[in-house]
Design a protein around this ligand. Structure first.
Ligand SMILES: [Zn+2]
Length: 175
């Protein structure tokens, strides 16, 4: 019944009734990226509580997901806010990861080193032949020209011709 209350708030709920161990189910849903796992034991249900574990960002010292015992009203009333907070957490982690793996580079040696593990932000002339020579040397190709950030121009990192687009270009290897 309270599961339906979650569904009515626009939250998708799957009840896993497979005849498998809890450990198997926990792992299986974690791999699928489900934000929250609810454990519903017979005694929990009798007491009107559920045990909630969040997939990421709420671990104990041993790196295991903390378990929170919530009463059902608390769960249903708070699930939308929990999902919003989890979404914000994922965005913040992704942005931090991207920023940690992005660097401005001024020469081809630094470029090559940077694209080995992330994004290189460089001036480029825009010529297809020049892109090809960069790709042959480093396996990196232009990903995008960001529309935000300062306008900039100068010499192409590879060939020295005047840069195009009025901005730096983001390069990376494709996998
Ligand atoms: Zn060039």
């Amino acid at each position: 019944m309270w599961l339906n209350c979650c569904v009515q708030r626009g939250v998708r709920v799957e009840v896993d009734v497979r005849d498998q161990s809890p450990g198997f189910k926990f792992n299986d849903w974690e791999l699928k990226g489900v934000p929250f796992r609810l454990e519903l034991g017979p005694r929990d249900l009798e007491a009107g509580v559920v045990v909630l574990a969040q997939r990421l960002g709420d671990e104990d010292e041993d790196g295991r997901a903390r378990k929170h015992t919530l009463n059902v009203d608390e769960l249903v009333g708070g699930i939308a806010a929990r999902l919003d907070a989890y979404h914000d957490l994922l965005v913040a982690r992704a942005v931090a990861f991207r920023d940690e793996h992005t660097a401005r580079v001024e020469d081809l040696a630094a470029f090559e080193e940077q694209v080995a593990s992330g994004f290189a932000v460089a001036l480029h002339c825009g010529a297809p032949a020049c892109e090809t020579s960069i790709q042959e040397r480093t396996r990196a190709t232009p990903r995008c020209v960001p529309t935000e950030g300062p306008e900039e121009s100068g010499a192409c990192i590879a060939c020295g011709e005047p840069s195009a687009y009025g901005r730096r270009v983001v390069f990376a290897r494709a996998y």
